[in-house]
Design a protein around this ligand. Structure first.
Ligand SMILES: [Zn+2]
Length: 117
C-alpha cells in the first residue's frame, strides 16, 4: 500500500485542484441552500412549499453535503479517485461529472437501487 498525494487515475495536480474547487463550491452552495431551507421551514407560508417536499429536499441536500465532505477528506488522505469496491481508479470523466463519486460506473451498476455515488 503506497501513499500518494495524487490518486493514480487523476492525471495532474492541476486537475485535482479543479475537482477540489468543484467540491468546495458545491459544499458552499449546498450549505447555503440548507440554511435557506431551514429558514423557509420555519416561515408560515414556506414560499408555497409543503413541509413534506421541504423535508425530502433537505434530506437530499444534507446527504450531498456529507458526500462532498467525505470526498474532500479522501482528497486530503490521498484515497480520492479510487473505487471503494474494486479499488481501481475511477475514470476522470466520471469524477468531473460527479466529483463525489465513490465507485466506478460498473461497480455502481452492480448495486441495485443504491443511492447514486
Ligand atoms: Zn469499481
Amino acid at each position: 500500500m503506497t501513499t500518494t498525494l495524487q490518486a493514480p487515475g487523476v492525471a495532474s495536480a492541476e486537475l485535482m485542484e479543479l475537482l477540489r474547487g468543484m467540491l468546495e463550491e458545491q459544499y458552499a452552495v449546498d450549505t447555503d441552500r440548507l440554511t435557506r431551507m431551514t429558514v423557509h421551514a420555519a416561515l408560515p407560508q414556506r414560499f408555497g412549499r409543503d413541509l413534506r417536499t421541504l423535508a425530502i429536499q433537505t434530506t437530499s441536500v444534507r446527504r450531498r453535503i456529507a458526500e462532498t465532505a467525505q470526498a474532500l477528506r479522501r482528497m486530503s488522505e490521498g484515497s480520492y479517485g479510487l473505487c471503494g469496491d474494486c479499488d481501481q481508479a475511477i475514470p476522470l470523466g466520471r469524477l468531473r461529472a460527479r466529483p463525489q463519486a465513490t465507485r466506478c460506473a460498473s461497480c455502481e451498476r452492480r448495486r441495485p437501487f443504491a443511492a447514486a455515488g
